[in-house]
Design a protein. Structure first.
Length: 264
């Protein structure tokens, strides 16, 4: 394995940077290429067929071009729909991102868990299976919050987060039958931890937030245990579509050790 062979992190937008941040804590020297499919954003409003074809096609081409040692689909929507297909297509290890229902079920004291994701994620049978396997006897309340994706994208660009967007998610969730005992919130989109402060302010200190970033990072580190890393330059940030789609991200990228955005 070439020491400068990168880890490829893929997301529809900038949400996967929450996984990147967790990864740096366990593999600080690993070369990383982050690929943001800004031309396809948002995924949550697309059909399963559209998402599967797009993700598999892009990752096939990106793997040919960048020769990564491992691919991480740092997107819950893409993972719950396309992970199996991508693993069939690629010849490198592929790590997915799925809603953190298992740790949430272990954390909750009341047994009532809110799951906030995209429209596409919350309707997947994959999520049904996670609930059945890890949250039997718990009360899982699912809610689609597509507007949070745009709010997170805006925040990372230094723009103001509209408090009404956050309040709408809270109000719809706490109005659901059985929500009186809600004590745990699963952030089932990698974008959503970027809004953890806003969500905490809206829901209050009694609601714990759970996401999968740290677990994903540990899984990647385990799969790459013993491999050598030697970055030949700054990490790369690749975008699909017009390069100006990355406008406003300069400070956030520089703070994370990325060079200027590049077009794919």
């Amino acid at each position: 394995m070439n020491p400068d062979s990168p880890i490829l992190l893929f997301d529809s937008g900038v949400g996967g940077l929450t996984v990147y941040d967790a990864l740096r804590k366990v593999l600080p020297d690993a070369p990383v290429i982050y690929a943001a499919d800004l031309a396809g954003l948002p995924y949550g409003t697309k059909t399963e067929a559209q998402i599967a074809a797009r993700v598999a096609g892009l990752l096939g081409r990106m793997t040919e071009r960048f020769s990564p040692r491992l691919v991480c689909i740092a997107c819950n929507t893409a993972s719950t729909i396309a992970l199996g297909m991508v693993r069939d297509v690629l010849e490198v290890p592929v790590v997915g991102t799925v809603p953190a229902i298992k740790p949430a079920a272990a954390l909750t004291k009341t047994g009532t868990i809110g799951l906030v994701g995209t429209e596409a994620t919350i309707r997947q049978a994959y999520v049904d299976d996670l609930e059945a396997q890890f949250a039997g006897g718990k009360h899982l309340l699912r809610i689609a919050a597509p507007a949070l994706v745009g709010a997170a994208e805006a925040k990372l660009r230094g723009e103001r987060v509209n408090p009404a967007v956050i309040a709408d998610v809270r109000d719809r969730l706490v109005a659901m039958p059985g929500a009186d005992d809600l004590d745990t919130l699963v952030l089932a989109c990698t974008h959503f931890p970027l809004l953890s402060e806003e969500l905490a302010a809206a829901f209050g200190p009694g609601i714990a937030q759970v996401d999968g970033a740290a677990g994903i990072a540990r899984r990647i580190a385990h799969l790459l245990e013993g491999q050598r890393f030697a970055a030949s330059g700054p990490n790369r940030f690749i975008v699909t579509g017009p390069l100006n789609g990355a406008a406003g991200l300069e400070a956030a990228l520089a703070a994370r050790g990325f060079g200027p955005a590049e077009a794919f």
